[in-house]
Each structure stands twice: as C-alpha cells, then as structure tokens.
Ligand binder design. Sequence first.
Ligand SMILES: [Fe+2]
Ligand SMILES: [Fe+2]
Length: 313
Amino acid sequence: MKIFVEELKEGEFITDQVFSIEEIQQHKTRKNNPYYRLTLQDRTGEIAAKIWEDDFANCHVRNVERGDVVKIDAQVQKYNDILQLIIQKLEKTEDYDITELLQTSDKDLDQMFADIKKETDELRNSFLQKLMKNLFNDEDFVKRFKRSPAAVMVHHDYIGGLMEHNLEMINIAKAQLSSYPEASKDLVIVGCILHDVGKVFEIEVKKTAMQKTKPGWLIGHVVQGYEFVKSKLPEKFPQNLWMKLGHIIISHQGEVEYGSPIKPAMLEAAIVHGADYASNMAKQYQRALQLGEGKEPGFSEYQRWIKTQVYVE
Ligand SMILES: [Fe+2]
Ligand SMILES: [Fe+2]
C-alpha cells in the first residue's frame, strides 16, 4: 500500500514505496565521499532524501531523471526536526498510479476556483466582468486553469498552484489597495488573476514532473497570456482599458531581465508586480524550510532563485 509523504513517521522503515523524482544531484561529503541528494514527491508533498555511498550498489540511479518514478526502501529519519529519507534500495518503475504522485495543492481546487470567481463577481467595471465571464465560460480553459501550476519548479509548482498563487496575490494586493485608494481595484484584482494565465499553455506534465511546452519555450507565458486574454475580450471593450490590462499582464515580471518586455508603468501594474514577487519569494523560503537542512549545518540547500541558503533552525 502506498505511504504518502504526509503519512511518513520518524523511525519507520518503508519498503517498495513509490515516489516521483523532483530533483537528484550528486554531492561530496566533507571527507570527499560521494553521495546523492534527492527531492522526492507525491500528491501530498515533497521530502528530502539521501543515498550514502554504502548503498550505491542497491540504488540504480543511472539514467534516473526528474519526473521519473522510483520504488524505494528507506529509513525515515528526523534531522533537525524535519523528516528525511535515507534510501537503501532504489529502482526505476513504470508501475504507478499517476493520481498518487502528481503533487497537488493541499487546498481544495473547487473551493479556490469559487473564491476566485467570487472576486470577479464583485467587479464594478462591466467590461472587466464580461471578460472574466467569457474566460470562465470556456470549459476547456477552466479545466486547465484549475489544474495549472504557477511554475515548473520552486514556487507553486504543483497542480492547483496557479490558483493558490493568484489568491495569495489578491490578499497581498488588497492590503496595498487599502493604502492606495487611487488605484483601480478592478484592474488590480483582474491583473492578479490574469497576470500568469499564460502558464496554462506554457507548462505541461511530463511523466510526473512539470515541464515547459514547445510554445512555452518559444513564446513564453507573458506573451501567451496577453494573446489569450485579447482573444477573449468582449465586444466594444474600450481600447484604453485593454491597453491598461494588457500592460499589467506584460509588465508583471517587473525587470526586463526577469522576462518583462516592459517595466510596470502604472500604479496598478506596480501593485500586481509587487504582489507577484512577494508571493513567489515567500513560497521559496517556505519550501526551503519544509525540505530542511542541506550541506551546511543549520541552513537549507542553496536556493538558486532567491540566491541564498535559508536558516532552518
Ligand atoms: Fe509570471
Ligand atoms: Fe506570478
């Protein structure tokens, strides 16, 4: 029977358990002995794992890559209050149930969608409201939107991650709006919901991991999102309003080096960008805390995106 990440208990030894590989890297101990560090995942979450040199013979890690599914025997250990797996046997397997392995938001997908819809029902601008209706009446889109992650890796990179990210941003943005009453609340809320809508087309599931689609690599979610929203504009949508909303979408990544064709040039765009950044940033710290200590005592592994290791004690 499958034991899920959230069910693992300190001290138990698990056998023939199936997990998906999120990351695998070889490292060296202080004494210069090789070992592997992995991040394994299933529907319920992620866990750090190690393979020490003594167990290499029973662990077939050659050709194992991100998204592959492995069957393992492992000891569940607590290290600085965080569980990790010490793997003693590992082999690739094709025998798995994908619904058990695809990491999914711990929040209810239908509830999150209802919360997002409620925000759009409260819009005062009838054109923006009509636009959101057009989008949410597109069943195929809604199906994809509800399951979409917000990223391939690192932040909200799981089923339902996009909606979770959107709702987090709405909370952050609302706090800002209370200090900046001159900003259009409607544009900010719609901006939070639509800024990353291109992720729906940018990312797909390969085996059990998220990866970029071909259009994702070649066009990217910023332009894909802009084009998609444009195709859903209701009749007589004011040109000026589309220019503003379009600007919020294409400028949301902030700096040009982070993938924005243009920097935020409106108060509403700055609020959406700030909320996006805040949501992504905090999520990366949270994930580092959940995975626990890395090579350095008291600190997580180096986090490439936030360019630091996180203090985890
Ligand atoms: Fe984005
Ligand atoms: Fe985002």
